[in-house]
Design a protein around this ligand. Structure first.
Ligand SMILES: [Zn+2]
Ligand SMILES: [Zn+2]
Length: 276
């Protein structure tokens, strides 16, 4: 069974997202834990969560993927910004205990001129300060725009190496980001996955963001495109979702779409997916 979802708003609650996801053919979804730009958060209602969990259970859903606000910068130069990133993640992780099995994905951050080594140090420092938690945290592979940390598998490996609780640490591979950072998943998927395995270990890969790219290989741009309309192309996505090392992972669309566009892409992916 293809595990597939897209990025969705939880403004009307989780039970509503579950029903909407089901309508567009998904069996999972990704959501922002709070306003992606700011830090504000609405309290989660236990009643809503229970209703969602019951719906998910009876409809064969897999746990959703939580995404931290992308404005958090765990490796900012300013200590107050680093503290804000830590406190936000700490609070998100506390709340995510209500969604068992879900992972928490975040952008490692931008070193803003301090150098990636310093950035990596700060990111690991923050992860090591987080209290015990049951949720697996995922580092997202980044395109490398500006001073983003995490644009190479080696940089992610360097973060992982410095983190004590490695058990609860994984990676989310974003197809647009890795392509934009120079990994040719369009023509050399096997080689890229071999490299991922050699540097990080495929056992750490817990989720995949399926996005086509508006830009060329190695552009370091990070502009998502609809599947099949960009430089990665539909053949590559068919190969990715069917690849023996990837096919059982959950896939999430973050393409520039409204719900009906997502429904079309999910239907297309299901057609391309070869049931084992
Ligand atoms: Zn992201
Ligand atoms: Zn992504």
């Amino acid at each position: 069974m293809l595990k597939i979802g897209c990025h969705m708003s939880t403004a009307k609650g989780f039970a509503d997202v579950g029903r909407t996801a089901e309508k567009i053919g998904a069996n999972s979804f990704q959501f922002f834990t709070r306003n992606p730009r700011g830090g504000s958060v609405k309290e989660w209602s236990d009643r809503d969560i229970s209703a969602y969990l019951a719906f998910a259970d009876s409809h064969g859903f897999v746990p959703p993927l939580a995404h931290a606000p992308y404005t958090l910068n765990p490796c900012a130069k300013d200590e107050a910004l680093r503290k804000f990133a830590f406190e936000t993640m700490e609070d998100d992780l506390k709340r995510l205990q209500k969604l068992p099995g879900s992972c928490y994905n975040f952008h490692p951050g931008s070193h803003v001129g301090q150098g990636s080594e310093k950035g990596i140090e700060y990111i690991a420092e923050m992860l090591n300060k987080l209290s015990d938690h049951s949720t697996t945290i995922l580092l997202e592979t980044m395109a490398g725009k500006g001073t983003e940390v995490g644009r190479s598998f080696e940089e992610l490996r360097a973060i992982i190496d410095k983190v004590e609780n490695k058990e609860k640490l994984g990676v989310c591979l974003d197809t647009c980001h890795v392509f934009d950072s120079g990994y040719d998943i369009a023509s050399h998927l096997d080689e890229v996955l071999e490299e991922f395995h050699r540097v990080i270990g495929l056992e750490r890969l817990k989720a995949v963001h399926l996005n086509d790219s508006m830009n060329v290989l190695g552009s370091r741009k990070d502009r998502h495109e609809k599947l099949g309309k960009g430089t990665i192309g539909l053949d590559a996505f068919a190969a990715i979702i069917n690849h023996e090392k990837l096919r059982d992972l959950p896939f999430y669309l973050e393409t520039p779409n409204e719900l009906d566009g997502y429904a079309d892409e999910i239907a297309l992916l299901k057609k391309l997916y070869q049931e084992a």
